[in-house]
Write a protein that binds this ligand. Structure first.
Ligand code: FRU
Length: 303
């Protein structure tokens, strides 16, 4: 592959970077209880930022794009992204406090209870996005938020794809329907790879990952792939031709921290598909790495 070939191009993850404050407790507090945590640490968070770190650890050249607080207290989140090898040169700075999540991790079960404050941070706009040189990217994943604006950003990528010289230069588009509060309906027919969380699938009335992927295949465009995670039951995927795969979960010996398990799954699947793995293999990689993540705190050393 040449220096400008697909192998050198980046994966771009677009979405949130926030500060996560993790409180590790040995039992879930009751309301108005005064508890001491067994440990507390700060780490960068946000779906796109978490996935970017995992992709980079798995060896994919990866860039993160989003709005980032320019305040001093926000520096460590951005630094942490960079320490994972994630490129950040196009982030858009804003003089707002960094969005922050206070997270209670119950170390008995690994459950993560998130209280998130957006703190008025502006979302990335299509105008910000339009200044990128899209020739640098082979895959762009949009976190499913500010969907009207994300739709415009996807249209910019679609326009780029209509004008590429060879199909190999086209950018693969993906998104995740994760939080039911966002209306993702008009993004679904635009992407090549669609991820859906169990929570979102249930909010649509689906009762299994298999039912979800089979049904969504009717709604995505021709040639698209659909995946759906279902917690400790693993995940399912379906090829554009309708071949369905199920992969079991890979539970670690002890589940200690499920924060960002879905972001980890998405990243590992994207990394597999970037290496031209079959859907079956990429799905298995996603489940395996997500399982590994649940057995440890944070995102380091996933392989
Ligand atoms: C995990 C996560 C956290 C963040 C929260 C935002 O998926 O991205 O890192 O605090 O979700 O909803």
């Amino acid at each position: 592959m040449s220096a400008t070939g697909k192998g050198r191009k980046r994966v771009l993850m677009v979405g949130l970077l926030c500060q996560d404050i993790l409180n590790l407790v040995d039992h879930y507090p009751t309301e108005d209880e005064d508890v001491r945590c067994v440990n507390q640490f700060w780490q960068k968070g946000g779906n796109a930022a978490n996935s970017a770190c995992v992709l980079s650890s798995l060896g994919e050249p990866t860039e993160y794009l989003g709005t980032v607080s320019s305040r001093p207290e926000a520096r460590c989140a951005l630094q942490e992204l960079q320490d994972f090898g994630v490129l950040t040169e196009h982030v858009v700075y804003s003089d707002c406090p960094i969005p922050t999540s206070c997270v209670i991790i119950n170390t008995q079960t690994g459950s993560r209870t998130i209280v998130h404050g957006g703190r008025n941070m502006a979302e990335l706009t299509a105008a910000d996005f339009s200044s990128l040189d899209l020739n640098h990217y082979k895959w762009i994943h949009f976190e499913g938020r500010n969907t009207a604006e994300v739709c415009k950003m996807m249209e910019i990528v679609e326009e780029f794809n209509r004008n590429v010289v060879t199909p190999d230069d086209a950018i693969t588009l993906s998104t995740e329907c994760e939080k039911p509060k966002y209306n993702m309906g008009y993004l679904i027919p635009k992407v090549d790879v669609l991820f859906m969380s169990k929570e979102y699938a249930e909010s649509c009335g689906f009762s299994s990952a298999e039912e979800t992927v089979k049904s969504l295949l009717q709604r995505v465009k021709k040639g698209s792939t659909v995946l759906c995670t279902w917690g400790d039951q693993g995940a399912d995927g379906i090829t554009p031709e309708g071949t369905h795969y199920h992969c079991k979960a890979f539970p670690p010996e002890k589940v200690v921290d499920t924060l960002g398990a879905g972001d980890t799954f998405n990243a590992a699947v994207i990394s597999g598909l970037c290496r031209s793995s079959s859907l079956e293999k990429a799905l298995r990689l996603g489940c395996r790495i997500a399982g590994q993540k649940c057995g440890q705190f944070g995102y380091k050393n996933l392989h």
